[in-house]
Design a protein around this ligand. Structure first.
Ligand SMILES: [Fe+2]
Length: 258
């Protein structure tokens, strides 16, 4: 059976008939397929050979394999309040022998990428193909998550799995503004409002690994959409100026279209 079908069946086996529960399972299932296709595009842009391309696509598809079991057991996607879904996914992929068609070396690389895709800092010993796959998955994941967050912000703000219980109050927290201006990764414990959360998505630009990903971030007008969302809030102008500087430093010719 095709791996996409195996995955599809696995994800669907978690559906239980409760609309809110099933909605969140579907959210992760469709996200996985989009990350797969983004991973494919990055691998193509990186001129990967046929085998590496297959590894990248597979790691993209399976990166959130642990999400389904996590949600079934805990009904949350917050790792801090449940379980590390990267670890869980890596363990389940082995237990279910999902990668039996791959050489043990290739399977190990994919499993490592799944285990590491959600780490705050990558382990220093991660190298070679495992590192490359992890980086592809992380970039692809981020690009899709931002689209998801922005589309939720544009439409419904009533799914606590997406809004993380943050306040709808229209302000930016000082710690978030200062991290954004310094181009630093924000501390998630400083998040208070939806707007803080949107700003953290802007800061993801600096952490992207591949040129294709940075260009895609801009092509999708993420900066303009995020900045449009926070426009008028004290701190927004400084964040915008700092971001423009960051794009310039990345060596990309780009004019923010505000
Ligand atoms: Fe994930």
């Amino acid at each position: 059976m095709e791996l996409t079908t195996v995955f599809q069946n696995y994800a669907k086996s978690f559906l239980c008939g409760r609309a809110d529960f099933d909605g969140n399972i579907e959210l992760k299932r469709t996200h996985s397929f989009r990350v797969m296709s983004l991973a494919a595009k990055i691998a193509r842009a990186e001129k990967a050979d046929e085998n590496d391309f297959r590894l990248a696509v597979t790691a993209g598809l399976l990166h959130d394999y642990g999400r389904f079991e996590q949600y079934r057991q805990f009904e949350t996607f917050a790792d801090a309040r449940s379980i590390d879904h990267g670890e869980l996914g890596a363990r389940l992929l082995k237990e279910h022998n999902v990668l039996h068609d791959f050489s043990s070396r290739d399977a190990e690389w994919i499993i490592t990428a799944v285990r590491c895709h959600n780490m705050r800092e990558l382990p220093a010993e991660l190298s070679g193909k495992a590192l490359w796959l992890t980086q592809i998955v992380r970039d692809a994941d981020k690009i899709d998550i931002i689209e998801l967050v922005l589309s939720y912000y544009a439409s419904n703000l009533d799914n606590p799995q997406v809004t993380l219980g943050l306040s709808p109050e229209k302000r930016l927290s000082p710690a978030i503004v200062s991290a954004a201006i310094q181009g630093k990764a924000p501390d998630y414990r400083d998040l208070r409002t939806f707007y803080d959360f949107a700003v953290t998505k802007l800061s993801w630009f600096a952490g992207l690994y591949f040129d294709w990903s940075r260009r895609e971030f801009l092509r999708r007008a993420y900066p303009e959409r995020i900045i449009g969302f926070i426009a008028g809030i004290p701190g927004a102008e400084e964040i915008t100026a700092a971001f423009a500087g960051m794009v310039k430093n990345a060596g990309i010719e780009y004019e923010l279209n505000l």
